[in-house]
Design a protein around this ligand. Structure first.
Ligand code: SF4
Ligand code: FES
Length: 261
């Protein structure tokens, strides 16, 4: 479960590995897209200067700003290690996880632009309403459907090759970086989006599952896989390196052929 950063969180204390290694911090300017629905004001850019080390991440910079400069800054994060998927945001125009984006990998001679992911309703600063995204995820039955029961004491067996068939799509952390980088999703929020298709793929190609036909039917919809225009934005955006466009193509092929193997 993700959390929204709070003003009470502890400030960065001296003695970080970078400080202990004798590294000197340098000044970085972040331009953050701010929005407060209660202010009546349109979203706007606000700049903040922070001292950072090359090995710090954008998430560290956001924490510094929140804890030391403006406690009202709102963003989601939880694990801080690329696992929970809660801190996807647009950094210099590209969807990334703030906790996986190192300052040293960005051009710090210019301000770093950070804004909320696109295509979902903006709630506050870097926080969007994820419900439409999760509704699409839930709609594809993202769970194992198996009517039969294994014999007592037995497991549902699967060969190594069968397991490999959907290995890539098991890596999804539901960060929404793919779906919210898709131009089709931006223009029409009805499209299921890449992440829902990836999670359908995870079970469609699982040899133990018996619900593939239903999922393929759901995705053979005018808002399903055929909306994909193969722009590869999703594949580029995925912080887990999932071949998202390939997974979508495999689901399209399964609908055409009626076969999943
Ligand atoms: S497929 Fe990749 S980008 Fe899309 S939700 Fe899953 S982890 Fe995030
Ligand atoms: S905070 Fe969990 S993925 Fe970044």
């Amino acid at each position: 479960m993700s959390a929204t950063a709070t003003a009470e969180s502890p400030s960065t204390s001296p003695g970080t590995p970078a400080e202990e290694a004798g590294l000197k911090p340098f000044n970085v300017t972040l331009l953050l897209r701010r929005y407060d629905p209660e202010s009546g004001r349109e979203a706007y850019w606000e700049d903040f200067d922070v001292d950072m080390y090359p090995t710090d991440r954008i998430l560290d910079a956001l924490h510094k700003i929140k804890w030391d400069q403006d406690g009202t800054l709102s963003f989601r994060r939880s694990c801080a290690h690329g696992i929970c998927g809660s801190d996807a945001m647009r950094i210099n125009g590209r969807n990334r996880l703030a906790c996986k984006t190192l300052i040293k990998d960005l051009d710090i001679t210019k301000p770093i632009y950070v804004e909320a992911i696109k295509g979902l309703p903006l709630e506050k600063d870097l926080i969007v309403d994820m419900e439409p995204f999760f509704a699409a995820y839930r709609a594809v039955n993202p769970f194992l459907v198996a009517g039969s029961t294994p014999e007592p004491g037995k497991e549902r067996l699967q060969t190594i090759e069968d397991r490999e068939r959907f290995d890539d799509t098991t890596k999804c952390i539901l960060c929404a970086a793919c779906t919210t980088s898709c131009p089709v999703f931006w223009t029409d929020g009805q499209y299921f989006g890449p992440a829902a298709i990836v999670n359908a793929h995870r079970f469609i190609f699982d040899s133990r599952d018996e619900g593939a036909d239903v999922r393929l039917d759901i995705l053979n919809d005018k808002e399903g896989v055929w909306r994909c225009r193969t722009t590869f934005n999703c594949t580029v955006a995925c912080p887990r390196g999932i071949q998202v466009t390939k997974a979508i193509a495999e689901v399209k092929a399964a609908i055409r052929s009626g076969k999943t193997s």
